[in-house]
Write a protein that binds this ligand. Structure first.
Ligand SMILES: *Cc1c(COP(=O)(O)O)cnc(C)c1O
Length: 442
């Protein structure tokens, strides 16, 4: 077919599928992808050309651009929000050892097999042992998919058809419209609310306890603070009431953290007499998304054998990353929480100076960080940020790497707390790129 014919009939001028697929660049980019994926990208590009949405000679480029360039479309992000546990950014970033563990666990592994005897073994047993070692007062432990599943399992196993007593001050919405009281009720337990929003006393619990009481539940008010005329009952007093006591600590601190004095930890709650403690794996524990249950032997055994335990079963990747996290000395969440303000300041000053030298309106400013993810809501972590014009925020989000800052008044703050120091130069070049793409950045 001559060039003149192609111009006469635009439809026939569009390269045929087999011609496009034979293009060397497309063949190279599509190697390793399912043929159907590459073909779909080509067909979509041809369709766009037919509809006049792209030039007819741009089919190969368009198909190329549509092919996935990495195994997952999830984009790595530089978290410059200053919020250590950001639910929209996947909460806890895993440690290097935890990432290695994930890689190792990704093939066939002995997650539920004793290779010495050839028999079935307890799933994730080394992770359970690591949890027990980290929380000496826990006789046993169990792992499920997330903190909400851990609480659901407790509510179902203890409370089905009976009453669970909870303070009115602890009826928490954890986010995105999900409310713990509704979760508990959906599992067939009756919620018996006691006290008032601001004050609940031991007498309130005592008056509510009866033959139908299955459990006293204490929920950490992890994402809000109440001040003023308030009262609540500590776990050691609840433990004397008779019924088993479950404590949802939320954030997953296994031992006390001096930096966050108001955050309850699993060891202290068990010592105070809790029967079982539930927590998330990917909040202050700093590990993968998981729900951790710690407590006395009989309670954990009952939870493990409950039918719902199978529905909430954690995967081998979760067990592997959680075990690594429990043994690792370098947990990013801990390091970001404890980041030294003096060091953050010198990094911010250096970055701002260097950016200003190339014409970007940058300044080092004091910045208050947060634990986030529904942890320690009252604690502001002193830190430093590079302040940029707010107009740069969108360009920073669209860049490579993607940078998520914090908008404050008319500034876009890049808080360095959750940026590893070795990524400062990467951050700097991302800011330069963004500045070059918008006129007001320079
Ligand atoms: C975060 C939180 C949960 C939910 O845990 P997920 O791991 O997000 O499912 C439940 N209870 C409390 C008190 C929490 O803070």
């Amino acid at each position: 077919m001559s060039g003149a014919d192609k111009r006469d009939d635009p439809r026939s001028a569009i390269a045929r599928t087999d011609e496009v697929l034979a293009d060397a660049r497309l063949a190279a980019a599509g190697a390793g992808l399912r043929p159907a994926v590459v073909k779909a990208a080509v067909n979509n590009a041809q369709k766009a050309a037919r509809l006049g949405m792209i030039p007819i000679d741009a089919v190969v480029e368009t198909a190329l651009a549509a092919l996935p360039r990495s195994p997952t479309s999830l984009r790595p992000v530089l978290n410059a929000t200053g919020v250590v546990l950001h639910t929209n950014l996947g909460r806890a970033p895993l440690s290097r050892r935890a990432r290695e563990a994930l890689d190792r666990a990704s093939g066939y592994v002995d997650v539920e097999l004793d290779v010495a005897t050839g028999r079935r073994a307890r799933r994730g047993r080394a992770t359970i042992e690591a949890l027990k070692a980290a929380v000496p007062s826990a006789e046993d432990a169990h792992v499920v998919n997330n903190g909400a599943a851990a609480l659901a399992l407790v509510a179902a196993a203890f409370g089905q058809g009976r009453e669970i007593i909870v303070s009115r001050g602890e009826l928490v919405e954890i986010g995105d419209g999900f409310r713990l009281p509704e979760l508990i009720a959906s599992l067939g337990a009756r919620l018996r609310e006691v006290g008032t929003t601001n004050r609940t006393t031991l007498r309130d619990y005592e008056a509510a306890i009866g033959d139908d009481t299955a459990l006293v539940l204490k929920v950490h008010t992890s994402n809000f603070v109440m001040r003023g005329f308030t009262a609540s009952v500590p776990v050691n007093r609840l433990a004397g009431l008779g019924p088993p006591v479950a404590v949802d600590i939320g954030s997953g601190l296994l031992a006390p953290e001096p930096l966050l004095p108001a955050e309850p930890d699993a060891e202290s709650m068990l010592r105070a007499g809790a029967t079982v403690v539930t927590a998330s794996g990917d909040k202050l524990l700093g590990g993968p998304q998981a729900g951790v249950l710690l407590g006395c032997r009989e309670a954990i055994e009952m939870l493990r054998r409950h039918p719902l335990a199978r529905a909430f079963r954690a995967g081998k990747l979760t067990f592997a990353a959680l075990e690594a996290t429990l043994l690792d000395a370098h947990i990013p969440v801990e390091e970001y929480l404890r980041a030294d303000p003096g060091r953050l300041r010198s990094r911010a000053v250096q970055l701002a100076n260097s950016l200003r030298a190339s014409g970007v309106q940058a300044a080092a400013v004091i910045s208050g960080g947060a634990a986030g993810g529904g942890s320690a809501p009252a604690v502001e972590l002193p830190g430093w940020a590079v302040s940029l014009p707010a107009s740069m925020a969108a360009a920073l989000r669209a860049g490579h790497p993607c940078v998520i800052g914090r908008l404050e008044r008319d500034r876009c703050l890049l808080d360095l707390r959750c940026i590893p120091a070795e990524s400062d130069s990467e951050l700097e070049s991302a800011v330069r790129q963004a500045a070059s793409r918008i006129p007001s950045g320079g």
